[in-house]
Ligand binder design. Sequence first.
Ligand code: PLP
Length: 372
Amino acid sequence: MPYRDEISDHPAVGRPVSELPTPAPLVDLDLLEANIATMADFFRGRPAHIRPHAKTHRAPAVARRQVAAGAPGVTCAKVSMAEAMVDGGIDDVYIANEVVSPPAVERLCALAARARVAVAVDDAGNVAQLAAAASARGVRIGVLVELDAGVGRCGSRPGEPALALAETVARAPGLELRGLHAYEGHVVQNADEARRRAETEKMLDLTMQTRDLLARHGLPVREITCGGTGTYAISGVYPGVTEHQAGSYVYMDPGYHEKIPAFGLAFSLLCTVMSRPAPDRVITDGGLQVLASSPAPAMAKNHPELGPARLSEEHGTFRTLDGSASDLRVGDQVEVHPGHCCAAANLHDRVYAVRGGRVEAVWLATARGCSQ
Ligand SMILES: Cc1ncc(COP(=O)(O)O)c(C=O)c1O
């Protein structure tokens, strides 16, 4: 059955990419498919499986391809993102975040009536709130107790505090204790591979100690979920981990690619050179409003002579690294990889799926802006 978020009769379909109005968000289908296959192959036959984080692409068309490659469902950051994924045919979603605002709790319960849904918790009051809402609606919500075992963000402390919270979940009507969630966000992009590994394993060691504590108290811990792209080969194979939440691998950005070259740069913004005010300076029509703000810089594809972009609202300014004259002329097109693929993808309602220089499909990012 065709999905409404994959538009095959869009006027751009079948046309050369160079005819698109710029800046235009592009997904390189060969690279996207290779990235999905590489991750799927890595997890095939292992105890853990990949549940990709949908905040990278926000497009059900991409999520469906990840599920077709073996993922049981997707990870989401917010209820509205999960709704968009379920609307797009994904029937198993994990919201790897606390859901606290009453309207979001209501929507979570409504979603649980039409899909397999789980959520993270780190607070007993929130557990009571979720239990009351789920019971009133007659639904059952999966729950993972989030641990702060190093990330310094949300999460219960490992050990006794997590046990107390898990006992509260296990007693609560309408909720099903599924397991534990930990996230190595403090090191997932650390350039030092040894440090990335050591800190991730330290976090998972604490997580497994907590799992064992829960088990000794008769609490089931069927799921242990964690992970990002920078640690897929570390936490993804750590004994006891059952799910991995890597997201960026499917689109990638230059900073991540440098550390994890197994995944290609599948996402870019096609931009037009709009000014050449000096021999070494190239100005494109893609700035912050399409590439997003990020600590890591945007980079021009296939132009190693150009340094990192300096972005203002609607301009991307590139300079040659050695001060030499660039060959680019006004009107030329340049693909630019954003410094943070997830933040940039969240700025675009649709992406052009391209292969061999032609637009093959237009995909709607129906979860774009879904931050509630
Ligand atoms: C809880 C959680 N899991 C997984 C991810 C995915 O990480 P990455 O995009 O580095 O693959 C993130 C990233 O923000 C996250 O916050």
